[in-house]
Design a protein around this ligand. Structure first.
Ligand code: SF4
Length: 369
């Protein structure tokens, strides 16, 4: 593990008091030490104050907007043995990929719902679904969407540069767990077993000129506080090195999947909310995403309280938006099955503005010119 991921002993937060939490909430330039305090047991009774601080900072930096996106799974081939995933190579899923004509139909069905931002997903690189396959998907998406992101296998810097050239603006790549031993045990086989190769992928994407990189941990795999503290260090390391690119953060929790994996470190909604509030307080200008993994009531409550970007109307199957028939069980089960219209109506009822487009590639390229 690189030195910059090490957790100093005095940042463990375990001995923090309520006064420390109050000081962290009042701090004008909070950092790693304050994050540890806000994630400590001493912060539990001050959740309300954390929520208020997170809401105020969210409004100051993002207004009342919630950006919307939707995921599109292009393929479910995978040679990896991630113990917690329904697409792992030992799961009895039918393996499929979308043909370019099917991708286009799916994308048209998604734009028909109003989306201007699309996240394209695949499993590990494979013969039918490698770099050229993903490039074809990015090119088709770039013709239809203002923001195209990918959540796929780690690539080399030249491969990321090709993705950017084809119209990809963002790369999402979660480390899943920063604990190297646990990482080794959970990733039973396949290229993903290489911890450092994955850890360095966001740097390669940023070095290749990608505009945004999404980081996250899969909550439930390891101690959530240590994971959150290391995620913070990773994000800060990237921000200080690649200051031209932006960071976004996600805190997905383990969901039921085809293999029946049981979380060794269950994270309840209260802890998830605290992690989101704490990150908003220490990283006030960083977008925080919340997906349809979470149940509707929780998502409704978190919208605008730290969270600034949400998926809606999602499918975790390959296809399934109306352009093609979904043929697999999906990577995991979603919790929020509301339609896009229902979700937007909820946001408006809460005084929030759903935003389908807050990015214009043509304008940004001209500005760079
Ligand atoms: S998490 Fe990703 S890499 Fe791992 S098995 Fe699932 S699809 Fe493959």
């Amino acid at each position: 593990m690189p030195v910059w991921l090490d957790l100093p002993r005095d940042q463990a937060g375990g001995t923090a008091t309520q006064e420390d939490v109050e000081r962290a909430l009042a701090c004008s330039d909070p950092g790693a030490r304050e994050l540890a305090v806000l994630l400590s047991p001493a912060a539990s009774p001050l959740m309300e104050a954390m929520a208020v601080r997170a809401r105020d900072l969210t409004r100051r930096h993002f207004g009342r907007t919630i950006s919307l996106y939707t995921p599109l799974y292009l393929a479910n081939y995978c040679s990896n043995g991630c113990e917690y995933c329904g697409f792992a190579s030992d799961r009895p899923q039918r393996r499929v990929h979308l043909k370019p004509s099917e991708m286009a139909r799916e994308m048209d069905a998604i734009t028909g719902r109003g989306f201007q931002e699309l996240l394209l997903l695949t499993g590990e690189r494979s013969e039918p679904a490698g770099v050229d396959f993903l490039l074809a998907g990015v090119s088709l998406a770039a013709e239809r969407f203002h923001h195209v992101g990918i959540e796929a296998f780690p690539m080399t810097a030249p491969e990321y540069a090709r993705m950017a050239e084809a119209g990809c603006s963002g790369v999402t790549i979660y480390q899943e767990t920063y604990d190297p031993d646990r990482y080794g045990r959970l990733h039973r086989w396949g290229p993903k077993k290489d911890y450092l190769e994955r850890l360095e992928a966001p740097s390669r994407a940023m070095a290749a000129g990608m505009r945004t990189v999404g980081l996250g941990v899969l909550l439930g795999l390891s101690d959530p506080v240590s994971e959150a503290l290391r995620l913070f260090r990773h994000a800060n390391h990237l921000r200080s090195t690649y200051w031209r690119s932006g960071i976004a953060l996600s805190f997905p929790r383990l969901r039921p999947e085809a293999g029946g994996f049981v979380s060794p470190f269950p994270v309840d909604e209260s802890m998830l909310a605290r992690i989101i509030f704490a990150f908003r307080i220490v990283m006030p200008d960083v977008p925080i995403l919340l997906s349809t993994r979470e149940r509707p009531e929780f998502r409704d409550g978190m919208a605008g309280l730290g969270v600034t970007k949400m998926s809606a109307g999602s499918r975790t199957t390959v296809g399934g938006y109306g352009g093609t028939e979904a043929v697999d069980d999906g990577q995991f089960r979603i919790s929020d099955e509301r339609s896009v219209e229902e979700f937007c109506a909820m946001l408006r009822n809460r005084g929030l503005d759903p935003v389908f487009k807050n990015w214009d590639r043509v304008f940004m390229e001209a500005a760079d010119g």
